[in-house]
Design a protein around this ligand. Structure first.
Ligand code: PXP
Length: 237
C-alpha cells in the first residue's frame, strides 16, 4: 500500500511572509498526522527561506510518525541533521535561485561524496533516501553508493505537455521503480503531485511513500488541512 508523507514547507512559507509565528508549523504537523499522514517532510534549505533550524528541532520532539528531513549534502546541513537525528534524510540537489527543487541528484557523478555522506548517516542509524530522476543509471548508482531508498522525481511526468509524453514519462517511472525493487531499494516518489495526477504514480508496483506538499497546502487554504490530507490519502491508497 502506498502511504503519504506531507511536506509542510509551505506552512513555513506563509509564516515567513509576515515573519511572525503563524501559521504554526508544529500545529500543521499535528493536524496532518491526525488526518492519517504516515510522515512529515521538511526541507531545511541553505537560505532558510521557509523551514528554520528551530522548526526541525521542535518537529523532532513533536512528530509521532516519521520525520523526513530533505536536505542538500552540504557540510553545514549534514552537521545539523546528524545533531537533530531525523527518522530519515532525503538528499536533494539545491540551487539558491530555484523556486523548488528542480532536478534529481547526479549520483553517477557524485558517487564518492555521496557514499561518504551516506555512511556518516548510517553510523547514526539514519536511513538515507536519494532524490533522483527516473533514470536506470541513477537507480543503479544509488544502490551502489549504499542508499536505502530512492525518491523518484515525478516532475518530468507532471510537466509533460501531451498524452504521449506523459505516458513516456510514466513508463520511465515504472521502469526505474522495477529496478529499484530488484536491487532492494525502498521506493518513494514526489514533486508536483496533486489531486489530479497522483493516481498513476501511487499505483506503480512497489511504490511505498509519496511526498506531497504544495497541492495539499494549497487545497488546505480552502477546505482545511485535515480534509486536504484525508482527500489525498483516499486517492493514493
Ligand atoms: N520531494 C522532494 C525531494 C522535494 O524537493 C519536494 C519539494 O520540496 C517534494 C517532494 C514535494 O513537492 P511538492 O511540493 O511539489 O508536492
Amino acid at each position: 500500500m502506498t502511504i503519504l508523507c506531507v511536506n509542510i514547507d509551505h506552512i513555513a512559507t506563509l509564516r515567513q511572509a509576515r515573519g511572525g509565528m503563524e501559521p504554526s508549523v508544529l500545529e500543521s504537523a499535528r493536524i496532518a498526522e491526525k488526518a492519517g499522514a504516515c510522515g512529515i517532510t521538511v526541507h531545511l534549505r541553505e537560505d532558510r527561506r521557509h523551514i528554520h533550524d528551530a522548526d526541525v528541532y521542535e518537529l523532532r520532539q513533536a512528530v509521532q510518525t516519521k520525520l523526513n528531513l530533505e536536505m542538500a549534502a552540504t557540510e553545514e546541513i549534514i552537521k545539523i541533521a546528524l545533531k537533530i537525528g531525523p527518522d530519515m534524510v532525503t538528499l536533494v540537489p539545491e540551487k539558491r535561485k530555484e523556486l523548488t527543487t528542480e532536478g534529481g541528484l547526479d549520483v553517477v557523478q557524485g558517487r564518492k561524496r555521496l557514499k561518504n555522506t551516506i555512511s556518516r548517516f548510517h553510523q547514526k542509524g539514519i536511513p538515507v533516501s536519494l532524490f533522483i530522476a527516473p533514470d536506470l543509471k541513477q537507480v543503479k548508482a544509488s544502490a551502489e553508493v549504499g542508499a536505502d531508498i530512492i525518491e523518484l522525481h515525478t516532475g518530468f511526468f507532471v510537466n509533460a505537455s501531451n498524452k504521449k509524453q506523459k505516458n513516456n514519462e510514466l513508463n520511465k517511472l515504472r521502469q526505474a521503480a522495477q529496478l529499484a525493487v530488484k536491487v532492494k531499494l525502498g521506493l518513494n516518489a514526489g514533486h508536483g503531485l496533486n489531486y489530479d495526477n497522483v493516481r498513476p504514480v501511487a499505483v506503480i508496483k512497489g511504490m511505498h511513500e509519496l511526498n506531497i506538499g504544495h497541492s495539499i497546502i494549497s487545497r488546505a487554504v480552502f477546505v482545511g488541512l485535515d480534509k486536504a490530507v484525508k482527500e489525498m490519502i483516499r486517492l493514493i491508497k
